[in-house]
Design a protein around this ligand. Structure first.
Ligand code: NI
Length: 387
């Protein structure tokens, strides 16, 4: 079965919204213009309730179905852009220097608006759909802000679904999997302190650079020696800076920063414990000290098995092909906070052969829009008992 005909008709209009969002990208929580347009359109469509300022600058829309049934499901889109200078060459390119919709969130927002317009018109379901337009997916944890603002309880949401475009996956293909789909992302900073001194008199100093270098080497043994080989974990030390300003000075402090990614929530705790222990004890062997600051980031994005089955059923009805056991990927995603709060599923929507997300020449493919809209609409009509 192909995409819903209504979305083929609506495509020019939905593309216009998308191109307008694309011309006016907004970063993190500063999505005031975008959120204002979203709220205005939801009211225009006749949504039963529209609330702005949820999770700071998020928007919630509510659509009640005509059928019987009391189930409530949430559909989520992200609205924010990235601090990247656009080089895509499209004729509706960003008019804001240094900001660009380089992750396709303009497309996600337009897709959910398109689905909202259709669902408000048809209401061919029982129960309630809650539309969640969130700010600050790109590093600001806007999804967490929405959850902490009480969206799940306030609107009685029982399940949540979301989608992200996927460069490299053909347009018309939907891919997902039950269980972990995207990694958690935690960051650490380690400050190693020895004793600065003259390069010619190392015995009078404690060589911080050498101690910190050994910390880097030993950190890189954690994944190979402390982690079950069947688990997926990545540790990378990204920066190494010392306070020595010359070749003949032994540094007094060195600062390392890095990231830990994993698909297994239990591994996050293990990695934090091991990083602390390895850094402190390795530095100590050199007479130095290490202070570890751990900064937990986005959790693992974990798809609920039942919800994924519902998402796959809906996808099969509208997509050209469905991959229901796709490989997980190691980037992270703050829809994970919503999936921690409620069972649900996240799907990848094929975006064709384009540059990867976050690249200045990335282009969202408008041809993916009808598939995304149809997926959401079909999911609602199936899950909320229209058939
Ligand atoms: Ni994104």
């Amino acid at each position: 079965m192909p995409v819903k005909n209504r979305f083929a008709e609506l495509l020019p209009e939905i593309m216009e919204w998308r191109h307008d969002f694309h011309r006016h990208p907004e970063i993190l929580y500063e999505v005031h213009r975008t959120a204002g347009i979203v709220a205005e359109k939801l009211r225009e469509f006749g949504c039963d309730e529209v609330v702005e300022g949820v999770g700071r600058t998020g928007v919630v829309g509510v659509i009640k179905g005509n059928g019987s049934g009391t189930r409530v499901i949430g559909l989520r889109a992200d609205m924010d852009a990235l601090p990247i200078h656009e080089q895509s060459g499209v004729d509706f390119a960003s008019q804001t220097p240094g900001a660009m919709h380089a992750c396709g969130h303009d497309g996600h927002t337009a897709i959910l608006l398109g689905a909202a317009k259709y669902l408000s018109e048809t209401r061919n379901f029982g129960g309630t759909v809650v539309l969640l337009f969130q700010p600050a997916e790109e590093g600001g944890a806007g999804g967490q802000a929405m959850v902490e603002d009480g969206v799940m309880e306030r609107w009685g949401i029982e399940e949540v679904y979301g989608l992200h475009n996927a460069p490299g996956v053909p347009v018309g293909v939907i891919a997902t999997r039950p269980g972990p789909l995207m990694a958690s992302s935690d960051e650490f900073e380690i400050v190693v302190t020895g004793k600065g001194g003259h390069a010619a008199e190392p015995h009078e100093a404690i060589d911080t650079t050498l101690a910190a270098a050994q910390v880097v080497v030993t950190l890189n043994t954690i994944v190979s020696r402390s982690v079950d080989p069947l688990k997926r974990v990545v540790l990378t030390v990204g920066t190494f800076k010392t306070d020595s300003g010359a070749s003949n000075i032994i540094a007094h402090t060195a600062t390392l920063t890095g990231t830990v990614r994993t698909l297994d929530p239990d591994m996050r705790k293990l990695m934090e414990e091991r990083v602390r222990r390895v850094a402190e004890d390795t530095a100590s062997a050199f007479g130095a000290t290490a202070e570890v600051h751990w900064d937990p980031g986005y959790p693992v994005t974990v798809n609920d098995a039942d919800a994924t089955a519902h998402a796959v059923d809906a996808a099969r009805a509208v997509a050209a092909h469905v991959e229901d056991n796709a490989d997980p990927i190691m980037p992270s995603e703050d829809f994970s906070y919503m999936l921690e709060a409620r069972p649900g599923a996240y799907i990848f929507l094929g975006n064709g052969d384009t540059q990867m997300c976050h690249h200045p020449k990335y282009v969202f493919d408008d041809e993916a829009i009808p598939y995304g809209c149809s997926f959401f609409a079909e999911l609602v009509e199936r899950r909320l008992n229209a058939r």
